[in-house]
Ligand binder design. Structure first.
Ligand SMILES: [Zn+2]
Length: 193
């Protein structure tokens, strides 16, 4: 498909045309061979929500105080790794970020949209509904008070952004469907001002 001409959106240098956003279709990338499922360059597995619920429950039973940090860190490393395979996209950070959000969504983590992406601050806001972690938290029944629970997701957003921008970024979940908010809202911002 010939590249579409678009006007710069601010992501590129002045006078440099920013390429059209890439579309992503998970099903076009999946490959199965010899008992392995591949989403190149990675091998992937299908993990049911039940299995993830067991993982959450077991960690909670062993060390309830580390749940939040364990899943954030796990997500952070996954996000870092994901961005490390996308280095050619780093030229256009917003496009790379939107592409990543689309892969996140199509991988079944939840329905997430980019509310804002401001490279000058730098800061990004995401809004999500139907996130698998909120669902799993409900199934696990380990929380006795309302709270934000999507730690793997916010870790992933922070890890991806940290590599993308070449500086330490963090992600806070400001509202969460699990505690009755209309949506989960994530704010990604630098660790240090
Ligand atoms: Zn949430």
């Amino acid at each position: 498909m010939p590249p579409k001409k678009t006007s710069p959106t601010g992501a590129g240098a002045a006078g440099t045309a920013v390429p059209a956003p890439e579309s992503y279709n998970l099903m076009e990338h999946l490959e199965a061979e010899n008992g392995a499922l591949l989403l190149p360059p990675a091998r992937v597995i299908i993990m049911s929500e039940s299995a993830y619920t067991f993982l959450l429950k077991v960690i909670h039973e062993q060390s309830p105080h580390i749940v939040k940090y364990t899943f954030y860190d796990m997500g952070y490393r996954a996000g870092e790794q994901l961005m490390q395979t996308q280095t050619q996209r780093a030229k256009y950070p917003e496009m790379a970020f939107r592409y990543f959000v689309e892969t996140y969504k199509q991988s079944g983590y939840g329905n997430v949209e980019v509310v804002s992406f401001d490279l000058s601050r730098p800061e990004a806001v995401l809004r999500g509904t139907n996130l698998f972690e909120s669902d799993v938290a409900e199934r696990a029944g380990i929380y006795r008070s309302p709270r934000t629970v999507d730690h793997y997701s916010r870790g992933m957003f922070a890890g991806f952004m940290s590599v993308l921008l070449g500086r330490e970024m963090i992600c806070e979940e400001m509202t969460c469907e699990f505690r009755g908010d209309p949506a989960c809202e994530f704010l990604i911002l630098p660790l240090e001002v």
